[in-house]
Write a protein that binds this ligand. Sequence first.
Ligand code: ATP
Length: 297
Amino acid sequence: AAFALALFPIIEPFLEISQGASEWPVYQQSIERVNALSNDQPKKVPQSALKGPVTEINVDHVTFSYPDDDRLILKNVSLKIKQGEKIALLGPSGAGKSTLLKLLLGDQTPTKGTVTINGTPINELQQKRAQLFGVLDQQPYLFNTTVMNNVRLGNLQATDEQVKTAIEAVELKPLIDSLPDGYETEVQESGTRFSGGERQRLSLARILLQDAPIIILDEPTVSLDPITERHLLDTVFKVLHDKTIIWVTHHLAGVDHVDQVRFLENGVFDLQGTPQALYRDEPRFRKLYALDAGRND
Ligand code: ATP
């Protein structure tokens, strides 16, 4: 939730503009403004362009306190993520998971240590956030325009065919085809005509078009029932199989999809390993796993 709030200033002006926007050109203009805004904070450090594809994200001995607050939220945390690797980040409320995401996105800088992509600190990269990160969080942003336009927000250059292919990949085609206006169906901002799982799928289609190398999943299934959650996670990991994924989650449903699990507690990684090794070696993990398996029955 903290993370969604951090993004709100970027989206807010667009929300205002979109209230009365029924014409696509107006809509497009507002997106351009959003994109301009998402260059957000003026960067005070020298910028360099990332050369070549993202190969590694490195959180290297990071210690972090919020400004004007002495508490250490992260204490000497290290995490290396290779291209295409999938990591689940677990931990109790207040453990520092959202804070770690803010550091990964460059919204905060470490008090000590570094967060780098291919060796360059995140805040020194010239690339815009949207070129590096796709984000699926608890509440997808849907706008007062058509299904087609909502999904195209991921890439304004995408053709109708590409938008349709993305919608098909996230398994929404049968639903959209069944609506009287099909792809031209108006999605109200609250998205109320779609279920929570369908709204997440629309957002996932948008992320597919965006095609950023790193995907942040910030508890995207938190408001879904266990069956819908499982189906959505199956789709997410299928369609994003070649992406680097960092997934913040409160429980273990779907954790078999990832390569590495990290438990954050009191600002340090307390348990870490593959889900299989943790299941074998850690009674605490087995207990949590059994609890979450029970949720799905
Ligand atoms: P949850 O699962 O509840 O979202 P979390 O693991 O994501 O929790 P964080 O949101 O990272 O935890 O919070 C870690 C600690 O940092 C908490 O004690 C929180 O109060 C504190 N914190 C978060 N944002 C700020 C801020 N902007 N200024 C000061 N302290 C903050």
